[in-house]
Every structure is written in structure tokens, then in C-alpha cells.
Design a binder for this molecule. Structure first.
Ligand SMILES: *Cc1c(COP(=O)(O)O)cnc(C)c1O
Length: 427
């Protein structure tokens, strides 16, 4: 066995990974990267077709982002945002304010998507308390939702064996998700019937990503947003996966024509470089927290590394590059090409149930008898890094992916499905 894999499994505990079989699954131990390719400790190259679990937008080891990071290192790496500020964070917040789909936005920074979701939940509950409606403390979330792995986020979430934590999870009102036709009508009726006790509805606008890449009609999402507004229930849009161009517009909320009261950002915010997330509150929500110094209206919440200056500097440069490089146009054009390639070569396969794609967030659902993990392992052996999600093979390439690279991903996937089915039929 490769020495690095052995050293890794001896001491590292990998998330969402059964460590008893870690080494058997031929993990890739990355040493460095160039653009959209990862290079392992043996010098083998892999096209990063999952964008390092959906965080990488422009690519790895980019001179422009490296420069932004080292320039900030020459000033200061981190200072606290509790009671004091940092220039890099001010500049980033101003730049984000110009583009986020939130009215009069205010930014509360954290380090992971899940912590930004927690912040949104606490903001929503305290918002209603601050205006004297403390009975509005519940949440509505959707089937197939994924909002992260902390306890509050797990409470909203559905699946991934979260039943282990049922004693810790708070109950939520559950409506059907994007996989079920008619989901929006049902969610709207639940909102209307429970408005008096709901603090907020929490959704992943447009695409339920980790739940299996399920795509909603933008009008359905807009209908739910409208129902929230009419019934005085806050709308929280978790754009941790869909934000920063992944679906073809900078934010999926924009594509749905909605403005959430609270927006959650993460993953792509630094282009995949550094851990940073943010909860974006509308002016209306933010204003309800104004009050006396040290008083009860204050939001008593803050993470040690929230608003890290290195992450902020990279996030700011990343936002500029998205525009300078016209990345959204590439997402649109490549998404069209990917759709054609999938239609021609993957959808017709007997092993495939369904192919779903929105921007460069896609998934190929395989029939239950096909070993999706083995398909991904075969793709990895052929130099394309994929990781299955149940029976779905997510296709989430960097937003700067080229036509040739898409062609390579689809060819390798097609071949991997064939090889695995062949092996399976001999078993
Ligand atoms: C990944 C994800 C999260 C959790 O983000 P972490 O940074 O992994 O904590 C939350 N919401 C959605 C929609 C996600 O895709």
C-alpha cells in the first residue's frame, strides 16, 4: 500500500467516510494542484470534477488568488470582528453588498456553511422575539434538504443517517421537496396554516444539492417566497451550494426572482481557497436587533475566526475575477454542452434512471443495482475525480471548465458505467 495512504488512515479521521474501509477504496492523497487538476503523492493527475466537494470555482493554485492571499499575509492574517473591524472585511462586505439578492444587506461572517446556517436560525428566532412575537419560533424545511452537519442544520436536514441524533434535533415542519411534483403548493399551504408559529422557511433555492441534485421550477420557488411574505414568515435561502455562479447566475435566488430575508453563503465564497461563510441579513431583520448597549436585543453570537482577513482578501479578489473573466458566460455555455453530451451518451444508458443539470451542478442517477461508488472509483482510476452520493454521481466541475475537459469527464463516466456493469454481470 502507498505509504501516504497508510500514514493517513493511521491518524486522520475523514468525514462522511467509513474508516474501516478507507484504504480499500483507493483514496487520492493530494500533494498539489494545477488549475483544475489535482496531483497526488505519486504524481498522478486527476481532473477535479467535484470541485473539491463543490467549493472550487475558478481552479486550484491560481496566481491571482495566491497573490491576493500573500498580499493580505503581508498585512495581517486575522483579527477579531467582535466589537472591532478589519479593512479586508469592510471591503469584501461592500463588494458583496452590490451583488447579493438581499435588500440593504448586512453580513455576519463565520467559517463553514453549517455555522452560517446556525446563525440564520438564531437570527430568525431572535428577530421575532425582538419584535415581541416569541411564539414564532418554528421552522419549515423540505424533504431531501441538506443544510450542514451541526445540530441545528441537522434538524433542518433530512437523510444521511441523522436519526442517530434525533434526541438532539429540534422538530421542524416538513414539506415535500423538489423531487415531488406539487411540492410548492403543499409548502405554501403549510406556511399559511402555521404562520403564527413559524419563524422561517428554510430552502436551498432552485437546487436541492446534497439531497441528490433535485431541481425546482423557479416559479415554484417564487410562489413559496410570495407565500412567506404574505404570511409574515421569514425566508432563509441557503445558497451555500448554489451561490457564486454554480447555477449560471451569481445567486440562484436571483434566477428565481426572489429576495430572502436571510441568505446563507459558503463553499464558493473564497473560490474554494479558505474556510469562510456568511449569513446575510436584510435591513428589516438587522434593524430589529438595534437596542441598548449590552442589551438583550444584541445578537450574542460570533465565531473566533469569523471574518478572517486572509479569507476576506481572497473572497474579494475572487468576486472581481468572476466578473473579469466573465465566468457566468462560461457556466452557461459549458452547461449547454454538458447537457448535450449527457443527453447523447449517458441518458440513453440502461443503467441510468435520470440525469439532472442546472448550470454546472449536475447529477447522474444510476439504477439501484449499479454500484455508484464503484463507478466513481473506476473514473478516478481513469483520472477523473468523482464521488458518489447514494445512487447519484454528482458532476460539479470548476466553473472555468473547458469543452475538452467536459468531454473527458463524460467519456470517462460512460466507460466507468460500462466497466462496472460488466464486472457486476460476471459476479
Ligand atoms: C455544503 C452545504 C452546507 C454545509 O456547509 P459546510 O461548509 O460543509 O458546513 C450547507 N448548506 C448547503 C446547501 C450545502 O450544500
Amino acid at each position: 500500500m502507498n505509504d501516504w495512504i497508510e500514514r493517513d488512515e493511521t491518524r486522520v479521521w475523514h468525514g462522511f467516510t467509513q474508516m474501516a474501509t478507507f484504504a480499500l477504496n483507493e483514496p487520492v492523497i493530494v500533494e498539489r494542484a494545477e488549475g483544475r487538476e489535482l496531483i497526488d503523492t505519486e504524481g498522478r493527475r486527476y481532473l477535479d470534477a467535484i470541485s473539491s466537494l463543490w467549493v472550487t470555482t475558478l481552479g486550484h493554485h491560481l496566481p491571482e488568488l495566491d497573490a491576493a492571499l500573500t498580499a493580505q499575509l503581508g498585512r495581517v492574517a486575522h483579527t477579531t470582528l467582535l466589537g472591532n473591524g478589519n479593512r479586508a472585511v469592510v471591503e469584501l462586505s461592500e463588494a458583496l453588498a452590490r451583488v447579493v439578492p438581499v435588500a440593504d444587506p448586512h453580513f455576519l461572517f463565520a467559517s463553514d456553511g453549517a455555522s452560517a446556517v446556525e446563525q440564520a436560525l438564531k437570527c430568525a428566532v431572535q428577530y421575532w422575539r425582538n419584535i415581541g412575537l416569541e411564539e414564532k419560533s418554528g421552522f419549515l424545511a423540505l424533504q431531501g434538504a441538506y443544510h450542514g452537519d451541526t445540530i441545528g442544520a441537522l434538524s433542518l436536514g433530512d437523510g444521511f443517517h441523522n436519526e442517530h441524533f434525533d434526541l438532539l434535533r429540534f422538530p421542524v415542519l416538513r414539506a415535500r421537496g423538489y423531487a415531488s411534483p406539487g411540492w410548492a403548493e403543499e409548502a405554501c399551504s403549510l406556511v399559511a396554516a402555521n404562520a403564527g408559529r413559524l419563524a422561517a422557511v428554510v430552502i436551498e433555492p432552485l437546487v436541492q444539492a446534497a439531497g441528490g441534485i433535485w431541481i425546482a421550477h423557479p416559479e415554484d420557488v417564487r410562489m413559496l417566497a410570495e407565500s412567506c411574505r404574505e404570511n409574515r414568515v421569514l425566508l432563509v435561502c441557503d445558497e451555500v451550494a448554489t451561490g457564486f455562479g454554480r447555477t449560471g447566475s451569481l445567486f440562484a435566488s436571483r434566477r428565481c426572482g426572489i429576495q430572502p430575508d436571510l441568505l446563507v453563503l459558503g463553499k464558493g465564497i473564497t473560490g474554494g481557497y479558505l474556510p469562510m461563510s456568511a449569513t446575510v441579513a436584510s435591513g428589516r431583520v438587522y434593524t430589529a436587533f438595534m437596542g441598548d448597549d449590552l442589551g438583550p436585543r444584541t445578537f450574542y453570537h460570533g465565531h473566533s475566526y469569523g471574518g478572517n482577513a486572509l479569507a476576506a482578501a481572497v473572497a474579494l479578489r475572487h468576486l472581481e475575477l468572476l466578473a473579469e473573466w466573465n465566468v457566468l458566460a462560461n457556466v452557461e455555455a459549458r452547461s449547454e454542452e454538458l447537457r448535450q453530451l449527457l443527453d447523447e451518451r449517458i441518458t440513453p444508458l440502461a443503467q441510468v434512471v435520470d440525469v439532472r443539470l442546472c448550470g454546472l451542478l449536475g447529477g447522474v442517477e444510476l439504477k439501484s443495482h449499479v454500484d455508484a461508488r464503484a463507478v466513481c472509483a473506476e473514473a478516478v482510476r481513469n483520472g477523473v475525480l468523482l464521488r458518489s452520493l447514494g445512487q447519484v454521481v454528482p458532476l460539479v466541475p470548476p466553473l472555468t471548465i473547458t469543452s475538452e475537459e467536459l468531454e473527458r469527464i463524460v467519456s470517462v463516466l460512460e466507460q466507468a458505467i460500462a466497466v462496472v456493469s460488466e464486472n457486476g454481470s460476471h459476479a
